[in-house]
Write a new protein. Structure first.
Length: 289
């Protein structure tokens, strides 16, 4: 089997800088999948773009956290357990796992998907911002079960994996636990009739990669091409350089480089040479039928 890679642009709709990057990348053919953060200020523009371009695989980025210090958002629902003392979504996934009630999280999940539907969007797939709905932070696997149940009801693919491979085992995770995780998530996805990729490649930024753009590009391309046969998903957060982005995060350069990488002719040619075919989430659903 060939090597297929889905590179999903997370955080579409988070801000105008992210939207500008995704608009350009989609229209130039350099991006095939993205997911929208429905509670965020720029979500409407991202949703409208999706409606105008149904050929693109654009889904919903289920958002239960609001991680930035000065740029934050609130849930769509009134669940008291979903917010911190300032009235915004919790900063970290661990906070969600410790404080949020499953019933209120489910209501918020449904509200975010339903809002996209009500605006006229037809999502291609669903995934989760910062992994807050995986439940592994505090052993709350019921969160994953709940999310997959909802995805199954709506008929959407979800970001998970049902196979393991040493080459893409997340750093710091014992391989045997990684394999057990693949069995559990694969079983749950099958139970709720949810399509998932074979493998999930977690991005792993480090200070060495931040030396310069060329070092980042070389490192990531080696990671992206050293993948097993089958369908692997990974994710990036592209954004154009702007004062808005610099206000939101001190790590703005990471996102600008991810944007540059997706349209970089060197990167595009390297993936072709290594036999890695870029596909979308819509392709994934068709291939897994």
């Amino acid at each position: 089997m060939a090597k297929y890679l889905i590179v999903n642009a997370d955080d579409f709709g988070m801000c105008n800088s992210a939207n500008q990057a995704c608009f350009e990348l989609f229209e130039s053919g350099c991006l095939k999948s993205a997911t929208v953060m429905m509670p965020c200020k720029a979500a409407a523009d991202a949703v409208n773009f999706s409606i105008e371009h149904p050929e693109y695989a654009i889904g919903v980025h289920l958002t239960m956290t609001s991680e930035w210090g000065r740029y934050r958002w609130k849930p769509l629902t009134e669940g008291k357990s979903l917010i911190d003392g300032e009235g915004y979504m919790w900063h970290e996934s661990e906070d969600v796992a410790k404080n949020a009630k499953t019933s209120e999280l489910e209501a918020e999940v449904r509200a975010q998907i339903d809002l996209a539907h009500s605006m006229g969007m037809k999502p291609s797939h669903i995934d989760n911002h910062m992994g807050s709905l995986y439940g592994h932070h505090t052993g709350r696997l019921g969160l994953l079960s709940m999310t997959l149940k909802v995805c199954g009801e709506y008929g959407y693919a979800y970001r998970l994996f049902d196979k393991a491979d040493r080459r893409i085992c997340p750093r710091g995770v014992p391989y045997f636990l990684y394999c057990i995780g693949a069995r559990i998530t694969g079983h749950m996805a099958k139970k709720y009739h949810v399509t998932v990729p074979d493998y999930l490649l977690f991005p792993d930024w480090n200070d060495d990669m931040r030396k310069d753009y060329e070092t980042y590009r070389e490192t990531i391309l080696k990671i992206w091409t050293d993948i097993p046969d089958g369908i692997t998903e990974t994710f990036v957060h592209p954004a154009v350089e702007s004062e808005e982005l610099k206000f939101i995060t001190a790590r703005w350069q990471d996102r600008v480089w991810e944007y540059q990488l997706l349209k970089d002719p060197v990167a595009i040619e390297y993936l072709k040479e290594k036999g890695v075919e870029l596909i979308s989430y819509r392709d994934l659903v068709k291939m897994k039928k």
